[in-house]
Design a protein around this ligand. Structure first.
Ligand code: ARG
Length: 583
């Protein structure tokens, strides 16, 4: 079904055709001057060129033509030929009732695609850190947006499960417990079922081993050796790898759950790596791999490059695969298993060159076909309150969990005092995730921002908690109406311009969603939610819905409240924000 605005566009196009104006499409834009109209049609300028007339003359002819039906409350011309349209109240009233029947009218789109998404990237045996926050927030929201618009999306956690960090951890386990069977090459029995390490152990082991390797070259060499050995499939080390994977994955899942971030598949770098031999065979056959000082490389520079794009290092001189090779192999795997129309990658902007090399190699080698789009969706960094890279008080890396705890501590202070115990804790969790996510999605994706838990948890202003609080208030109004047995089912009365503004804002949603999916940034949605919530709150404080004596008006108000409430719920859900019962 077409949206309200699409129907209007279609109508105007038909009217224009009746009057002899052939246009491919009519696009209505949100009015930049609401005092002149709700929407604008700016096609007169292009038509003026086509018909060799001046734009104002054309605009006048179009307006005369459309006016005949008396469909609109007002239609006028401004400036050189902008046509301003004000919809009739009857049409807007009908739209509220349509939305009341089916809120999805605001969402659907054409040409559904299958999109594969890569926004996890957590590293096994290491704590998720603040750098993983934005990919999770933006990626999850883009996935939900894409799905709301009718696409199919498959997100992969894409764990970093095959690199040196795991080798470092294994080495340190070996140093501390050399007697474990995983390190005994002559061991023939069954390896223990219980992991020799817990997640807390890993959290201590990795930083220790990583620091030690930085100071001690022979330790680093041992780590290289053990890494190569498990990557080569050593039986004992693989058994240990499985333990580390299980323990770590459970904890990674717990934190992604806390962040309301979900993945359809839980693959890792190791899964892509299984395809490396067959992929290399294919690439060699294609004759695009060259030798370079014992390494195998693929040239990806192009003649019109304005920056240096080094060759992709396919096989290092020591025989191992690079980060680029792993990503290329993952594309190979994803094409084979999922054959998506698009693959989206979310990492911070510093990985731009990496993906440029990988994408070029994938195209050059035809690992992806022409119809599959590879898209890198970079984002800016989140810094500490001082604008510098985020650190703990003692200068260490801030884990994602510690950051969420900081936000939770602040949000907990904002919750009603009569909410206690477990409920208080769980609500503080939901509110803090709303605070963190909303603040993360406010700036345009590429813009850096500073983490400020006090500001983010404020109940006033552009914050997640403000939106939750307002949305809960809508819900509680509806609940009170139900408890008072107030019947309502339709919107019939446009009482004031406040209601009208809310409805026009609802109409604008489609263009907001479209812009958001095109820019792959959520800032228009966060802005929109703030705007409609403010409009509604203005309406709420001006009207006493529950005590209103005019029953028709009361029913209209409740219907409008329900539509705005459901709309807010849907949009918050797109952002990955859950609304608690109370707060
Ligand atoms: N594990 C990487 C990191 O922590 C991120 C992986 C991003 N995704 C990818 N396909 N390379 O930096």
């Amino acid at each position: 079904m077409k949206s309200f605005i699409e129907n209007e566009e279609k109508y105007i196009k038909e009217k224009m055709a009746e009057c002899g104006f052939e246009v491919e499409e009519v696009t209505l834009n949100i009015s930049s001057r609401p005092e002149f109209g709700d929407y604008q049609y700016n096609g007169a300028m292009a038509l003026a060129k086509k018909y060799g007339k001046n734009p104002r003359e054309i605009a006048t002819e179009i307006v005369e033509c459309i006016k005949k039906d008396n469909k609109y409350k007002d239609i006028n011309i401004a400036g050189p030929g902008f046509i301003n349209i004000t919809f009739s109240d009857e049409e807007l009233i009908k739209h509220v009732n349509d939305l009341n029947e089916n809120i999805n009218l605001n969402y659907q789109t054409e040409n559904p695609k299958k999109i594969f998404m890569d926004y996890g990237g957590a590293n096994v045996a290491k704590a998720l850190h603040v750098g993983h926050l934005r990919s999770a927030n933006i990626g999850e929201a883009l996935k939900r947006l894409a799905v709301s618009l009718g696409n199919e999306a498959i997100a992969d956690a894409h764990l970093g499960d095959w690199g040196r960090p795991i080798g470092l951890v294994m080495l340190e386990i070996k140093k501390r417990n050399p007697e474990l069977p995983y390190f005994d090459e002559s061991f023939e029995g069954e390896y223990p079922e219980v992991s020799p390490v817990t997640n807390d152990d890993l959290m201590e082991l990795y930083p220790y081993a990583s620091n030690k390797a930085k100071e001690d070259e022979s330790y680093m060499e041992e780590a290289r050796v053990i890494t190569a050995k498990f990557q080569d499939g050593d039986k004992g080390l693989m058994a240990l790898w499985h333990h580390i994977m299980n323990v770590s994955k459970t904890d990674i899942k717990r934190i992604y759950d806390r962040l309301n971030t979900t993945f359809e598949v839980w693959e890792g770098e190791s899964d892509g790596n299984k395809y490396i031999p067959e992929m290399i065979e294919y690439l060699e056959e294609k004759n695009i791999v060259e030798d370079s000082q014992g390494a195998r490389i693929i040239t990806v520079a192009e003649s019109n490059d304005d920056h240096e794009v080094p060759p992709l290092l396919l096989v290092k001189s020591n025989g191992s695969a690079s980060y680029e090779t792993t990503d290329l192999a993952c594309i190979w795997e994803r094409m084979k298993l999922f054959n998506p129309n698009e693959i989206w990658y979310l990492t911070d902007a510093r990985q731009a060159l990496h993906f440029e090399q990988v994408f070029r190699a994938a195209r050059k080698s035809e690992i992806v076909n022409e119809n599959t789009k590879l898209e890198f969706i970079p984002f800016g960094t989140m810094n500490g309150a001082d604008g510098k890279p985020f650190k703990t008080r003692d200068g260490g890396v801030m884990t994602l969990e510690a950051l969420l705890d900081l936000a939770k501590l602040e949000c907990e202070k904002k919750i009603l005092p009569n909410i206690t115990g477990e409920e208080r804790d769980s609500i503080a969790g939901l509110v803090s995730v709303a605070a963190v996510k909303y603040a993360d999605l406010i700036p345009f994706r590429l813009t850096d921002y500073n983490f400020d838990p006090v500001k983010f948890s404020d109940l006033q202003g552009k914050t997640g908690p403000y939106l939750l609080y307002s949305t809960i208030r809508m819900k509680s109004l509806l609940k009170k109406a139900e408890e008072a047995n107030i019947e309502y089912s339709t919107f019939t009365t446009m009482n004031s311009s406040i209601e009208r503004d809310i409805i026009i804002c609802m109409l604008n949603l489609r263009s907001v969603l479209t812009k958001s999916i095109n820019t792959k940034s959520l800032n228009d949605i966060t802005e929109y939610l703030y705007k409609i919530t403010n409009l509604y709150n203005n309406f709420y404080s001006n009207n006493h819905v529950l005590t209103e004596e005019n029953k028709e008006l009361q029913a209209s108000w409740l219907t409008l409240t329900k539509v705005v409430y459901e709309n807010n719920l849907k949009l918050l859900n797109i952002l990955g924000i859950e609304v608690p019962e109370r707060m």
